[in-house]
Write a protein that binds this ligand. Structure first.
Ligand code: PLP
Length: 423
């Protein structure tokens, strides 16, 4: 057994990654100097085996909305695990139905029914299948740059060829239109369309905020044609953007809303699709048409329920709105000072993207930030954007430390920017 980061008979931990996990990933991590081993965490800080603390602006790709090991969520997990963790799937499951009731209460409009699974991609798979069976249609419209997961259905509606191409043929009858462009959607949506799947703000696409009219237009076009709207809030959901759900900014209600990531409170994997009654009638005659053995397990549901209480009682969406506005303004000032390094700053709440002229510039920035004990990662479908999605419990003081570090790093990278862009 390896202890305290010490090598065992298989070498250091990256060598073990190389031998037992993924050689290519191990090489990339070594190249980027990412050799520290995570051990624990508290609030917005992750602690390594060596006892070093890092401010986490990558937030586990968005799962740590309530921070690492929130005491109330951990306590609820301990309590539930001491009773029943996984479901018999024959007897009735109280934590699951309590979570579903709370989601029906908190989600906008008449979203009411929940299906539970274990990840974001599974939530998307379920919503795609639901839209097909509910409408009896097969066509799905998605957007360029979208990220919905990496299983076949979710990959088919995602928008980056690098991840799609090696797995073709994908699910047929999927059409991609430019994100944020209502006219492009209007040109392709018709009475054969089962669903339009859209993130309220594209996360992995590069933190793309659409025009205010976009989501209302999607709603209207879906209503006109009888298509269903799937809002993928796997990344934007549960307070990240300054509202509990990002669709709330638009005042319109999707037919299906997908959640995952933050719903598990930074403790458990869980995904969910919440649907309107009119989009859920297919279950009436076929209650087992879509199922998941682990989905809705009492442990994950108890944790998710407590997470919803923590998010609402600690006013985390409001906190994200307030801190985010301040942080975004300060980042825009940095952009004005370092326009060659930082070409755009955008986002909403604590979902912020820093656009750089070229991925190499982003790589240099992330490496320098890491040296200063700050974690940040680029968005998966757009390597020119570094995403900052810290836990919403992050303090203003910690965000100030991030700003100070960025100021320092931009100053250094500014002197290298020509070489980086050419190289
Ligand atoms: C908007 C969105 N949908 C779906 C997913 C897939 O989630 P998972 O990685 O849990 O399958 C992600 C992951 O980043 C996401 O950002």
């Amino acid at each position: 057994m390896e202890q305290d980061g010490q090598p065992n008979e298989h070498g250091d931990i990256l060598t073990q990654y190389e031998r037992f996990i993924n050689p290519g990933l191990a090489r990339a991590l070594r190249f980027m100097g990412l050799t520290e081993v995570e051990y624990s965490g508290h609030g917005a800080v992750v602690v390594t085996e060596a006892g070093e603390e890092y401010i986490d602006c990558a937030g586990g790709y968005g799962v740590f909305i309530a921070g690492y090991l929130h005491p109330r969520i951990v306590a609820r997990a301990r309590d539930q695990i001491s009773k029943i963790a996984l479901s018999s799937r024959v007897l009735l499951n109280r934590p699951m139905v309590e979570l579903a009731q709370e989601l029906a209460r908190l989600t906008p409009g008449d979203l009411q029914y929940s299906f539970f699974c274990n990840s974001g991609t599974e939530a998307v798979e379920a919503a795609l299948k639901f839209s097909r069976i509910q409408t009896g249609r097969s066509r799905i419209i998605s957007t360029s740059g979208a990220f919905h997961g990496k299983t076949f259905g979710a990959l088919s509606v995602s928008g980056r060829d690098t991840y799609r191409q090696p797995f073709t043929p994908l699910v047929p009858e999927v059409v991609h239109v430019p994100y944020g462009d209502s006219d492009a959607l209007a040109a392709v949506i018709d009475d054969k369309t089962a669903a339009v799947i859209v993130e309220p703000i594209q996360g992995e696409g590069g933190i793309m905020v659409p025009p205010d009219s976009y989501l209302p237009n999607i709603r209207e076009l879906c209503d006109k044609t009888g298509a269903l709207w799937i809002a993928d809030e796997v990344q934007t959901g549960l307070g990240r953007t300054g509202r509990l759900f990002a669709v709330e900014y638009s005042g319109v209600v999707p037919d299906y809303l997908c959640l995952a990531k933050a719903l598990g409170g930074g403790i458990m994997p869980i995904g969910a699709v919440i649907g309107r009654p009119d989009a859920w009638t297919f279950f009436d005659s076929q209650p087992l048409i879509h199922t998941s053995t682990f989905g809705g397990n009492p442990l994950a549901c108890a944790v998710a329920h407590e997470t919803l209480h923590v998010i609402t009682e600690e006013n985390l969406p409001q906190r994200a709105a307030k801190l985010g506005a301040w942080f975004l303004a300060a980042l825009s000032e940095l952009q004005a000072r370092y326009p060659r390094v930082l070409t755009a700053v955008r986002g909403r709440g604590l979902m912020i993207g820093l656009e750089v002229p070229q991925p190499g510039v982003g790589g240099a920035i992330m490496a320098e930030l890491f040296q200063r004990h700050i974690l940040a990662v680029y968005t998966l479908n757009n390597e020119r954007v570094i995403r900052l999605i810290p836990p919403l419990v992050i303090t203003q003081d910690q965000l100030q430390q991030v700003l100070t570090a960025l100021d320092d790093v931009f100053g250094i990278v500014d002197t290298q920017v020509e070489d980086l862009v050419q190289g």
